[in-house]
Design a protein around this ligand. Structure first.
Ligand code: I6G
Length: 687
């Protein structure tokens, strides 16, 4: 009698725990506090210890039951685990849909649309609602028996919920790791100085294939079911199949939809493509399946893939290649950027031979060396970057990379200001690497506005040594220009005319045209308004410059440095001698150029592209207040990498937080900061 009571209690506890497990791990919606769950679990474990005769392998206490294996036994799949044919865009999808329509003689096909996780396919066999075997796909006919490991995955039920399951049910799906679990695992691996995993897929595969299930149990593996292999009965459609699996407590993707025809498929593909980076797990495409099982049977199989399903892949965006060399490039502003020269590799349809390494800190952090095998990423139109080193492939005598302490082009000293991540050439207007860019900046519309002097022309002028610096522009004659490629007398005359018209300018335009670092249009206007002549700017001390509202300490020292460089002053004097003259009166009132006036910013964390100091001066130059702590009057918090408590505080106060990419994007048109304040920022960062 008492024993009957114990057995009943054990059964009731198991049922409650299974249901709570499902609510917690699968539905993400726990209904009892953790402490209450622990209490139920302990009570069950205690009863099973006291009455071992009632312990069964399907008890929730037995997830990690088995000891380590020597090797995984082989499993034969009664129904082979096939693969899917791939489509790489709309043309392939059209062909697939046409084949299906022709074979079924139907106008429009209803498909289920699902995400294709980047994980490992497995088969889980349930008999009478109990998990009895799990196997990897292997070669499709034979896989490895990984039952003990799959039992440790919290989202896989050991006992199915409800009573309506078919007595034999083979569930198929994907084992994977979500991004958060992957990051956490690698962090733990790093702490334990253990091998880091290159990506979530490798981490999932490595974790599932552990001979010791106690190790797998500690890994954040998850499972999503996508179909049924063997079963004593199945529903009439793929969509109903998924709903049925869900009712048994099995997790299915929340992104599953029913779509009609090719337009339905392509809309889904595009929608998921946009949200891809925001999903909690990595996917490499979407899968479309003819929804009706009768129609699936009519279509059948071709070689080793169903004719009724297709995986429509996203272009791969990460590929592996080798770093052949690391070179340092010099940009217009003198920024030294290390660039990896790569063994050519195709990333998402584009051959990549170079990738940015950003700066010395990034190289050090990722420990990228010449000869390393690396992952290359290309996201949209951005410059390809080296994401990380492939573990274990390093050549024996490789050395950490050192940034040069001189500009590789003009050999002027390279400087790195405190708080900045970028080193810069101090050569200013004399550095040939900065020449073409600085001339183009000088001629640009908002600077000297010399129409017709575009990139191709400036390149030719520099290549033929007709100009060395901006002052040489005013020495050019029409004959020299007319002799250049794709130039005639008429176009040459037009350029000369525009050049001559540019001679009459304003002080703010001239200051802006000089391309002083940290001095954009707004700062140039502020300087022109405060100093009225170039001479008084030459004479200003760093302190005086710093005291100008809108000019921060970093800009102040850049301005000071620029006007105290003899070569720069010589160029300005040559401009003057060539007839360039400027009104001291600013043409544009500075207020107009202060789009961030009245806004308060806080910068926190590491900003990789421009550094916090540069960002502050830039913001101040645009009229913003930059302060050190977050308060209810803060308008924006710019959160770089490893932003901590300031970010948290901003979150709690509901203040706009921008990451570095969003911030840089907005800086391109600073007027948009005001618009962003009025509306939420879209999750895909397309501000
Ligand atoms: O590898 C796969 C991933 C996802 C699949 C699959 C799937 O459906 C969402 N479905 C089938 C039928 C197969 N492989 C064979």
């Amino acid at each position: 009698m008492i024993m009957e009571g114990v057995e009943k209690r054990i059964q009731s506890l198991r049922q409650q725990i299974n249901e709570h497990n499902h609510k917690y791990h699968v539905l993400d919606a726990p209904v009892i506090p953790d402490a209450e769950y622990d209490r139920l679990f302990h009570e069950l474990a205690e009863l099973e210890t006291r009455y071992p005769e009632y312990t069964t392998s399907d008890s929730p206490t037995q997830r990690v039951g088995a000891g380590p294996l020597q090797q995984f036994p082989e499993v034969a799949h009664e129904i082979p685990m096939l693969s899917l044919n791939n489509a790489f865009g709309e043309t392939d999808m059209n062909a697939f849909d046409r084949r299906v329509r022709e074979k079924l003689r139907k106008e429009a096909i209803v498909y289920t649309a699902e995400t294709k996780l980047d994980g490992l396919a497995i088969s889980i066999l349930y008999e009478n609602g109990r998990l009895i075997r799990a196997a990897t796909r292997g070669d499709g006919n034979r896989g490895e028996n990984v039952t003990a490991n799959v039992r440790t995955i919290r989202t896989v039920p050991i006992v199915l919920l409800g009573q309506d399951w078919p007595p034999v049910l083979e569930v198929r799906g994907e084992v994977f790791m979500n991004r958060e679990g992957f990051e956490r695992l690698n962090w733990e691996q790093e702490l334990a100085t253990a091998k880091l995993f290159a990506n979530p897929r490798n981490a999932a595969a490595g974790s599932l294939r552990q001979l010791d299930p106690t190790i797998t149990a500690r890994r954040p593996l998850r499972f999503l079911a996508y179909g049924i292999g063997r079963a004593s009965s199945i529903p009439g459609s793929q969509y109903e199949t998924l709903q049925l699996l869900r009712s048994f407590g099995l997790p299915i993707s929340q992104e599953t939809r029913l779509v009609t025809g090719i337009s339905g498929c392509m809309n889904y593909y595009e929608e998921i493509g946009k949200r891809r980076d925001h999903l909690p797990y990595e996917i490499d495409g979407v899968v479309f399946k003819v929804n009706s099982i009768t129609e699936q049977n009519q279509l059948g199989f071709i070689s080793r893939a169903p004719r009724w399903a297709i995986a429509c892949k996203f272009p791969p965006r990460e590929e592996i290649t080798r770093v052949l060399d690391i070179e340092v490039q010099v940009g217009r502003t003198g920024a030294l950027t290390p660039v990896a020269r790569l063994e050519p590799v195709n990333v998402g349809g584009v051959t990549v031979t170079n990738a940015t390494l950003h700066n010395a800190d990034e190289i050090k952090r990722k420990d990228i060396r010449i000869g390393d095998r690396v992952y290359i990423r290309r996201a949209g139109d951005v410059i390809p970057e080296v994401v990380r080193v492939v573990p274990g492939g390093r050549v024996a005598d490789s050395k950490p990379f050192e940034m040069p302490d001189r500009c590789p082009v003009c050999h002027s000293p390279a400087r790195r200001s405190p708080g900045e991540v970028v080193s810069r050439c101090s050569g200013g207007l004399v550095c040939p690497a900065q020449r073409i860019q600085s001339i183009l900046h000088f001629t640009s519309r908002k600077a000297m506005n010399i129409d017709g002097l575009g990139e191709k022309l400036v390149e030719q002028l520099c290549d033929r040594d007709l100009i060395q610096d901006v002052a040489d522009l005013y020495e050019l004659n029409a004959g020299q220009l007319a002799a250049l490629d794709r130039m005639g007398e008429k176009s040459a005359a037009r350029v000369i005319n525009a050049r001559d018209n540019s001679k009459h300018t304003s002080l703010d335009r001239l200051i802006y045209a000089l391309g002083i670092r940290e001095v954009g249009e707004a700062a140039a206007a502020i300087l022109a308004a405060n100093f009225e002549s170039l001479e008084s700017l030459y004479l200003a001390s760093i302190e005086e410059l710093e005291n100008v509202p809108g000019i921060g300490p970093v800009s102040a020292s850049r301005i000071y440095e620029f006007f105290h460089n003899k070569e720069n002053r010589r160029i300005i004097e040559r401009l003057r001698s060539a007839g360039v003259y400027w009104e001291t009166e600013s043409m544009d009132a500075p207020e107009v150029l202060l789009p961030l006036k009245g806004m308060t910013f806080v910068l926190t964390g590491t900003l990789h592209e421009m550094g916090r100091d540069s960002a502050s001066s830039l913001l101040r130059g645009l009229g913003a207040r930059v302060v050190g702590s977050v308060s209810p009057v803060t308008n924006f918090v710019i959160a770089g990498e490893a932003a901590g408590s300031k970010r948290d505080k901003a979150e709690s106060l509901g203040i706009r937080i921008l990451d570095e990419r969003e911030f840089l994007e907005l800086l391109k048109t600073p007027e948009r900061f005001a618009t962003v304040l009025d509306r939420p920022i879209t999750p895909n960062n397309s501000v």
